[in-house]
Write a protein that binds this ligand. Structure first.
Ligand code: SAH
Length: 252
């Protein structure tokens, strides 16, 4: 059996209860060492074999899974954040399907949730934005043409950029091409939920400069939009005048 598990964004106690339990059952753990907190390995049982996938190819990962399967053991494949985002799990699951191995997926707290917590912010504010675009700047990994950052930016909604900290000049340019004013609020969140977490609030026009001045080159998310500003309207849900399925309002 192979369990794909979301490790959470950094802090070791942000893994799910299920994820922690399955880690304790593993005979083999393959973890993404560049981003997963090694403190999570404290959950492992004695004798568990541990591999850091940072320097491994897909084929090498699969061959470790093969070995454990043939010995009748349990493998945990531990991915940072939630495995469904930039986790490269589909190619692993397809290879496991070919081999006829059973697997399941345990979700995790994604870095974009960790970043919102670090910012003490709400991505979806009434009258500001009701959508979050999670995307990345095209780099060595291309992005489909229709998802070019300037096109995504044309919605003017809340945006969270993964894997883009090294490309902030281009990010600034494309965000502005898409319609964000240079003074639109933005923030760089470095290592959200880790002890070394840092939040740098800036604007769309100062993203590259802010990263440069603070020497942030990786393990950061870029967040953009009016949700980082002061203006919003209060929710209908908790408005005394508003009636909904669970409460009679004072109006109408
Ligand atoms: N599956 C992960 C994302 C993996 S892609 C998730 O759901 O969070 C790796 C990228 O995620 C990094 O380059 C960085 O942009 C971002 N990232 C991962 N952990 C982070 C953290 N704690 N703080 C800020 N960004 C993080």
């Amino acid at each position: 059996m192979i369990h794909f598990i979301g490790a959470g964004p950094g802090a070791a106690d942000l893994i799910t209860v299920r994820g922690a339990r399955l880690l304790g059952e593993a005979d083999t753990i393959i973890y993404a060492g560049s981003l997963v907190n090694p403190a999570l390995l404290d959950y492992k049982k004695p004798g568990c074999r541990v591999y850091d996938s940072a320097s491994m190819t897909l084929e090498e990962v699969l061959s470790v899974m093969d070995e454990t399967e043939k010995a009748g053991g349990v493998t945990v494949r531990l991915h940072t954040g939630d495995p469904s985002l930039y986790g490269a799990i589909r190619e692993q699951m397809d290879a496991l399907d070919e081999r006829g191995y059973a697997y399941d997926v345990t979700p995790g707290v994604s870095a974009f949730s960790g970043a919102a917590a670090a910012l003490e912010a709400e991505y979806t504010l009434p009258d500001v934005s009701q959508s979050v675009i999670i995307t990345r700047m095209a780099g060595r990994t291309p992005v489909p043409e229709k998802e070019k950052l300037s096109l995504m930016a044309s919605h003017g909604c809340t945006m969270v950029l993964f894997l883009s900290t090294g490309l902030l000049e281009e990010v600034e340019r494309e965000l502005q091409e898409g319609g964000y004013a240079p003074d639109t609020p933005a923030a760089i969140v470095y290592k959200a939920t880790w002890p070394e977490e840092k939040v740098f609030r800036c604007t769309v026009g100062t993203l590259a400069q802010t990263a440069r001045e603070n020497r942030v080159t990786k393990t950061a998310l870029i967040t953009v939009g009016g949700f980082l500003g002061d203006r919003y309207t209060r929710s209908k849900l908790y408005d005394p005048g508003f009636t909904h399925g669970c409460r009679q309002g004072t109006e109408g």
